[in-house]
Design a protein around this ligand. Structure first.
Ligand SMILES: [Mg+2]
Length: 334
């Protein structure tokens, strides 16, 4: 109770005692990228239409395909486009994008993987795409048939606590890693400056849990930190799920720990307070048994007077409680 109270004051909600025990053993922390290490509010940095295609037209079609979507990239497009009427015959393509009919013509909007699977090349947009990838931007393609009609480039700023999170894990001897559905270059653009070298990119939503399982088979006790609907299976699969409080309800439901402030620097803080709590529990067990192991035989042999035995019994409770309450002085480092 002292440990969960100290954690809660710092904005870390520990679901139950089980979460505390599992958190205390973690050796590797896998971060989701978008919305976890980054703000999750990407903005449209550039829009390159293919030759013969107008910028305004590309923007209007993309917005129609994404009308009503809660996806961060969709919100960035809708913010740019203003009012739109939604596409007809709309369909989501999990992990790839969306498709639908706009103005009697079928379009798809999605990742480079989607363009590749449609059998399309990058054509005249190849240079702009390569420049965007090198800059760590997220790419989204507007595709008609198997032709790339426009390239959308998005930028997402890292969260301020991201560097402190990685430094804090290093201080605890815990390895950092990243799992992202985004292109490898976009994932590395966030991971590399933070010093995260273990990066799994272009992971489909159902692949995140499989990646966690692979780390577990390699002997790691894995914590997964995420915010999105697509992180939920990985949060449940991990030894410990940590949800950003700024994330979706299903992520929070799937996690043993919730960070109220959505600050990744609270991740090492959560591991630290749970380790301290477990240490206190062991200390207190030692003292509780220690008093009795010493006192009961002495009393049985008549070497301990009842008043002293009574005082020792009370002193044992007081010392255990005091030791536990010392936890409430704990504060996160950052
Ligand atoms: Mg996310």
């Amino acid at each position: 109770m002292a440990g969960t109270g100290a954690a809660a004051r710092a904005g870390i909600l520990l679901r139950d005692a089980d979460a505390i025990e599992r958190a205390g053993r973690i050796t590797l922390v896998a971060f989701d990228k978008t919305g976890t290490l980054t703000e999750g509010k990407p903005r449209l940095a550039a829009l390159h239409p293919a030759p013969g295609f107008a910028r305004a037209e590309a923007l209007a079609i993309a917005a129609a395909l994404q009308a009503g979507s809660e996806h961060p990239l969709a919100r960035a497009v809708l913010h740019e486009a203003g009012a739109v009427s939604p596409a007809k015959d709309f369909r989501a393509l999990p992990g790839r994008g969306v498709e639908g009919v706009v103005g009697g013509q079928r379009y798809a909007l999605g990742s480079s993987r989607l363009l590749l699977e449609a059998g399309g090349g990058r054509g005249a947009l190849a240079d702009a795409a390569a420049a965007g990838e090198a800059a760590g931007q997220s790419l989204s393609w507007l595709i008609e048939g198997n032709e790339a009609r426009a390239l959308f480039l998005f930028e997402d700023a890292p969260r301020t606590g991201a560097a402190a999170a990685v430094a804090g894990l290093a201080a605890l001897g815990v390895k950092p890693a990243m799992i992202s559905g985004d292109q490898r270059a976009a994932a590395l653009a966030v991971a590399s400056p933070l010093g995260i070298t273990d990066v799994a990119a272009e992971v489909l939503p159902d692949g995140k849990a499989a990646r966690i399982a692979a780390w577990q088979e390699a002997g790691e006790a894995v914590a997964m930190v995420g915010d999105g609907v697509n992180d939920a299976p990985a949060l449940a699969k991990a030894d410990l799920g940590i949800a950003m409080g700024t994330g979706t309800d299903i992520a929070i439901q799937s996690a043993g720990v919730t960070l109220l402030r959505g600050d990744p620097a609270l991740v090492p803080a959560a591991l630290e307070i749970t380790r301290l709590t477990l240490r206190k529990i062991r200390q207190n067990l030692f003292w509780a048994f220690g008093y009795n192991l010493l006192g009961v035989p002495l009393a049985a042999l008549g070497l301990l007077s009842p008043p002293i035995a009574g005082a020792a019994m009370a002193a044992s409770s007081v010392s255990v409680l005091t030791n536990a309450l010392l936890l409430s002085r704990w504060r996160p480092r950052s």
